[in-house]
Design a protein around this ligand. Structure first.
Ligand code: PEP
Length: 261
């Protein structure tokens, strides 16, 4: 079994003070969550506060985005090296809001991925179809295009540092969750693409998270799917109790242990 990953995407929420207050509560809850990797992605301005607040725990910090250049006249942008220096170990790349609100292209996402890897960060690469693409039966084509364009040409060790997040755009922030079956089918396709592009062993080790309106009420059913290795959580991750409850429901966690006694 692949070790579950439960990741929080805080989007443009939480000041530094609010970040510290989240960690005050979450750290005590996280002490019983050793069965999974816990990752939190605050806004750039709260990264240093989050790294500090997580010190001494196993909670890992991620950025939500980066720019591919190392430095230069790129007003408003933040490089992979800057993110790594703050103490982040991960960064999201190609989140659907970056793709669809800010117009990021597959090529830009590929450059960001390369820059993240070169700086020692582990990228969490987000892919997923829109509602109109799903309704037009284009989901497979979209996932294939997004996978092949962003994850092309990596070495096996580079590929082993990638986390993938399947986030159907129609399920993000909408309260509409993919059914466990539907999400597992998309994950299965992504794993097949990884097997063709790299190797069967690499694809078996690849952890694929599901994202899209995950909450404590639906997380156990999603995470019970063998193909679903974790969750990328937006709205529900802002509340330490709800985020901990989602992590708790992952296989191998306290809920499962209680069921088996
Ligand atoms: C996300 O931001 O990646 C996300 C999945 O958001 P939500 O859980 O709010 O749908």
């Amino acid at each position: 079994m692949r070790r579950p990953v439960i990741a929080a995407n805080w989007k443009m929420f939480k000041t530094q003070a609010e970040t510290r207050s989240f960690f005050n509560r979450f750290r005590s809850l996280a002490s019983s969550l050793r069965h999974c990797d816990l990752i939190i992605a605050p806004a750039f301005t709260a990264l240093a506060a989050a790294v500090e607040a997580a010190r001494g725990s196993e909670i890992l910090i991620s950025a939500q985005d980066l720019y591919w250049e190392k430095e230069g006249a790129w007003t408003g942008e933040v490089s992979a090296g800057m993110i790594a220096e703050v103490g982040c170990r991960f960064t999201l790349v190609g989140h659907s809001e970056r793709r669809h609100v800010f117009g990021e292209t597959d090529d830009q996402i590929h450059r960001k991925l390369r820059a993240a890897l070169a700086a020692g960060l582990a990228p969490i690469v987000c892919v997923g179809e829109t509602l109109s693409e799903r309704e037009a039966n284009q989901t497979e084509d979209v996932l294939r295009r997004q996978f092949n364009s962003s994850l092309t040409g990596l070495t096996a060790p580079e590929f082993s540092r990638i986390l993938l997040a399947y986030e159907p755009v129609w399920a993000i922030g909408t309260g509409r969750t993919a059914t466990p079956d539907l999400a597992a089918a998309a994950h299965g396709l992504l794993r097949e693409l990884a097997s063709h592009a790299y190797s069967s062993a690499s694809s078996q080790n690849l952890r694929i998270l599901y994202g899209g309106s995950v909450k404590p009420e639906n997380s156990a059913a999603l995470l019970a799917e063998e193909e679903i290795d974790g969750a990328l959580v937006g709205g529900a991750s802002l509340d330490p109790v709800a985020f901990a409850a989602i992590a708790k429901s992952a296989p191998g966690g306290p809920l499962e242990q209680n069921r088996s006694v």
